[in-house]
Design a protein around this ligand. Structure first.
Ligand code: HEM
Length: 434
């Protein structure tokens, strides 16, 4: 099987900071080596799959408890600290047990629809905050760093549902415990990439690493710093910061794309006004009346999949793309690369939400070219919560404001920092609707 040489790969990732360009490297390696290729990262051997049909084949062949790759360093940290595991990094029976409990609670749109009321309260605060921020701006309209604003929105939204309490993230004066929590999350993200390096360092070498403390100073402990420790008994919550950044990155990209594509925004807005009304506060059930809002989210996640690649460890021997892949091999599913293939999505570089409205092959749920929430029994369990938070926010943002670029709006590039995220702060204008 072709693939980059070990040394070249190490230079690319460790020397040239490839970890922040994983998404681009996926595309580069696919061009150079084809849609299935092998790589070595220190002790890890990985087979990358960057083909829609092969990804489909791998995921369809999954057993009852698929194993996700590359979570070793998270697990190690938790073992080191005696912490419990969240769903993301749990495996086997432990995963099955947790998943079956949670599955019954939040997996279907109708399970999460009752949260619309709480989410709408958070959105009301978000909109109030936008009015406040734009009034402070020189031009009375620009809100700088919407990334930060939407992070706070997501945090407040997830807290409302999972902690059943408000944190006050969107207030002018943020309560101290919440401030501590936000700072702890910031620290966690700065360590997130370091934790990825950890996986590529052989286990026996790690105690020699000077930055061992940094490597392990990740996630869990920090995360819950400002929050009632009782929550820790709910293992699921230990992964929460990852989820809320996924929601906030996606919302930031969606708003950025709308600002840069006024014609798309106008079409979405027109559908909202026609099918829901200018000021009707939407409930979960209203979302199906505005298919363009759903298409907008799908297209945003196709262009900026927060998880640009995913992992699986094969649980039995598989033949993929003509190669025998032995049981226990780590696979990297290259979702970013497949999302940008013209073959899967005509004019793939273009932002065209309407492509998701078309009947035909793109409309089918088994379109494996873009599966931003994963697929199958191990797919994202928070999908319906994330979708509800984003759909309801987009509808109300557009009801209140026309989103436009401002002289400060720059082209924003994606970077991988554990997750695919906006590489720079996004600034846009929120112009009041008459
Ligand atoms: C736009 C937002 C989000 C995106 C794009 C996203 C995407 C993903 C993806 C791609 C996976 C891996 C699926 C697989 O391996 O097949 C995943 C797993 C997961 N997500 Fe999300 N997610 C989002 C938001 C959330 C939220 C808000 C929550 C919780 C409230 C959440 C909870 C989880 C959990 C617990 C897992 C692990 C599932 C398991 O291993 O059984 N996600 N997510």
């Amino acid at each position: 099987m072709p693939g980059p040489r070990t040394l070249a790969n190490l230079v690319e990732f460790f020397w040239k900071d490839g970890f922040s360009r994983i998404h681009e490297i996926q595309q580069k390696h696919t061009r150079e080596y084809g849609r299935i290729f092998k790589s070595h990262f220190g002790p890890q051997f990985v087979v990358s799959v960057a083909d829609r049909d092969l990804v489909a084949q791998v995921l369809r062949a999954e057993g009852a408890a698929p194993q996700r790759a590359n979570m070793g360093s998270w697990q190690e940290y938790r073992d080191l600290r005696g912490r419990s595991t969240g769903l993301i990094s749990a495996e086997g029976d432990q995963w099955l047990k947790m998943r079956s409990v949670l599955r019954q609670r939040i997996l279907k749109p109708k399970d999460v629809a009752p949260f619309s009321g709480e989410i709408n309260q958070v959105i009301a605060d978000l909109i109030k905050r936008i009015y406040f921020l734009k009034n402070q701006a020189e031009d009375g309209e620009t809100v700088t760093n919407i990334n930060d604003l939407f992070f706070k929105y997501s945090m407040e939204g997830v807290a409302t549902i999972l902690y059943e309490s408000r944190l006050g993230c969107l207030e002018s004066s943020i309560p101290q415990p919440t401030e501590d929590y936000i700072q702890a999350l910031g620290l966690m993200f700065s360590m997130f990439r370091t934790s990825m390096y950890a996986g590529a360092i052989p286990r026996w070498l790690r105690p020699l690493e000077l930055t061992l403390e940094e490597i392990y100073a990740n996630m869990t402990e920090m995360l819950l710093a400002g929050v009632d420790t009782l929550l820790e008994s709910l293992v699921f919550l230990t992964d929460v910061p990852v989820f809320l950044s996924q929601t906030s990155f996606t919302l930031s990209w969606a708003v950025y794309l709308l600002a840069r594509h006024p014609e798309v925004q106008q079409a979405v807005y027109r559908q909202i006004v026609k099918n829901l009304g200018e000021r009707h506060v939407p409930a979960g059930a209203d979302v199906s009346k505005v298919p363009l809002v759903r298409a907008l989210l799908k297209e945003t996640l196709r262009l900026f999949p927060v998880l640009p690649g995913n992992g699986r460890v094969t649980q039995e021997d598989l033949v993929v793309g003509g190669y025998l892949i032995p049981r226990g091999t780590q696979l990297a599913l290259c979702h970013y690369a497949t999302s940008y293939e013209d073959e899967n999505f005509p004019r793939a570089k273009e932002f065209r939400p309407e492509r998701w409205l078309r009947e035909g092959h793109l409309h089918r749920v088994d379109n494996f070219g873009s599966i931003p929430f994963g697929y199958g029994v191990r797919s994202c369990i928070g999908r319906r919560i994330a979708e509800l938070e984003i759909h309801l926010a987009v509808i109300q943002l557009l009801q209140h404001f026309e989103i436009r670029t401002s002289p400060w709006t720059k082209t924003v590039h994606a970077k991988t920092h554990g997750l695919l995220m906006p590489g720079e702060p996004i600034h846009v204008r929120f112009v009041n609707r008459k």
